[in-house]
Design a protein around this ligand. Sequence first.
Ligand SMILES: C[S@@+](CC[C@H](N)C(=O)[O-])C[C@H]1O[C@@H](n2cnc3c(N)ncnc32)[C@H](O)[C@@H]1O
Length: 336
Amino acid sequence: MPSLVQNLMVWDASYDWPEDGEEWSAAWGGSANHWSMWLYPRVRAFLPAKKVLEIAVGHGRWTQYLAQRCDELIGVDIAGTAIAHCRQRFADDPRLSFHVNDGTSLAAASDRSVDLVFSFDSLVHAEADVLGGYMVEFARVLSDDGVVFIHHSNVAALGAVDPERVHWRAPSVSAAIVERFAASAGLRCVIQEPFAWEAQTLTDCISVITRPGSRWDTGANRVEPNDRYRTEETRMGLTVAGLYPPAPPLAQHGASHAEALNLAAAGDAQGARALLANALRRTIAPEALNDLAVLSHRCGDHKTAITLLEALVCLHPDDVAARENLADLRTQPDLR
Ligand SMILES: C[S@@+](CC[C@H](N)C(=O)[O-])C[C@H]1O[C@@H](n2cnc3c(N)ncnc32)[C@H](O)[C@@H]1O
């Protein structure tokens, strides 16, 4: 039984984090592939999000990717050493904050403030008492359209299992139990993917949980078992990682600009604005400022568009296109 105390003893004291969690993504050729080929396709509908709460951050293996797609991220973990590591690792990003928690509650988040609660590769080691405690907290912290994406154990659904073969998964938790916890907390499970960490046994599960009536509430729980976790995607990840160099950190900022333009082209101007605002918080790039101004104008936010162009002209007085755009906008009526 992986109790809270045992989790604390392992992760805070005895485990030495040789590669800050990257060691668990080795089969994918690294966490970048693991994120983009396996996790991101599942969680992308809920990103970008204004405020993300990540439970059990460890050394920030997923935090680094979530941080690119939100305005603010709160990370919690029971292990003080993990939180100290994340504070240092992400010290240059003031949008992220990290807190030691008690393993069942989320005091760092205020009521109805969180748009995405995320946890992967941690709460599989949490027993039913921990999941039950967090569920009550989810009901408190989720915003009206907020959503929970958590990875937990499904071992209670399997009957008798050899504890050696389930990778320390909690025996008291299953998809059905999490669905019941959600209902008792006034929430609703809308997607569950029981999956096989290995050997085709459905030891794990991802549950997506929301408020009844939220934009994610489909009125029913879609349960889709998946007996493959490491197959095509892992093979592809290894090939890619073996052949091509890794993306430099700065390319990721550029990528969020490019991704914003893709979103805008697909008609999601609001999503594109959120991504651009994020990119600008890190680096004030003139092209991103200009694109954010254009998108703001397109969304009817005339005032913001003018403010952004004024800032651009102030920073780059020689930017003729920006001056012309600003002059143009000033002659147009504010439609709001
Ligand atoms: C296997 S590590 C994974 C960390 C990170 N999610 C990753 O995938 O790299 C498990 C982490 O979960 C944390 N943890 C375990 N139980 C927890 C709980 N109930 N609440 C918060 N953190 C917990 C541990 O301290 C540890 O940092």
